[in-house]
Design a binder for this molecule. Structure first.
Ligand code: CA2
Length: 204
């Protein structure tokens, strides 16, 4: 093609001298773009990644639904996991759902979440009121964390009113039964979306 060229922005061809200029990228460029996108996808270097949230459960929560239904209801932890996974699917979030009766195990999982850039929804059970280790893990991991409880801890015994992890969490949700998990998931997801760096348009 000879002569000067000019890009048209309204989808029509622009005639300049002898040249016919097409406003759309040539097929060869589109093919190259598609190739590079596919390559990045295969190499895992695409900037678009799925948000992951760790939903962690502390001591005795494996007993949920089997005892003290007047306080904690009759929903089991397995039921809660199912509800959380349904909600996560709607949000487009990947879930890692775990329970342990051991403080150190919970610390390891919080660190794992932080290393992965994941968020955390945690029902730390009684460790909420006692564990400096969990508090340090949350603040050290950098993982945005939402503390949740099934019961309204503020309507219960005085020792449940104090949380050692609340000051290092984004926020606290309690008293909504199993729905506390879903509210916690929604909250941490929103915070993560707000904090995510905006994708910049490609320079190419
Ligand atoms: O309300 C909550 O979710 C709690 O985190 C539950 C903890 C409690 O120590 C916190 O103060 C509030 C207790 C979890 C024990 O769960 C059980 C469930 C059924 C039967 C026995 C214990």
């Amino acid at each position: 093609m000879t002569g000067k060229t000019r890009q048209s922005c309204n989808g029509t061809q622009a005639k300049l001298g002898k040249a016919l200029v097409f406003p759309f990228p040539p097929a060869r460029l589109l093919a190259k773009r598609a190739f590079l996108l596919r390559k990045a996808e295969l190499q895992g270097t695409l900037l678009f990644t799925m948000t992951t949230v760790f939903v962690l459960n502390g001591p005795n929560l494996n007993l949920l639904g089997s005892r003290e239904p007047q306080v904690y209801g009759s929903t089991t932890l397995q039921d809660v996991e199912k509800l959380v996974r349904e909600k996560a699917e709607n949000l487009g979030v990947a879930i890692t759902f775990r329970q342990s009766n051991h403080e150190g195990q919970l610390v390891d999982w919080i660190q794992e979440a932080g290393a992965q850039g994941a968020g955390v929804v945690i029902n730390a059970g009684a460790y909420t009121h006692t564990s400096i280790a969990l508090r340090d893990a949350i603040s050290g991991s950098g993982a945005p964390t939402v503390e949740i409880h099934i019961s309204n801890v503020h309507a219960r015994e005085g020792f449940r009113h104090r949380s050692l992890i609340a000051p290092v969490s984004v926020g606290v949700i309690c008293g909504f039964g199993p729905m506390s998990y879903l509210l916690g998931l929604e909250a941490v997801h929103r915070v993560m979306v707000e904090r995510a760096p905006q994708a910049k348009p490609s320079q190419h």
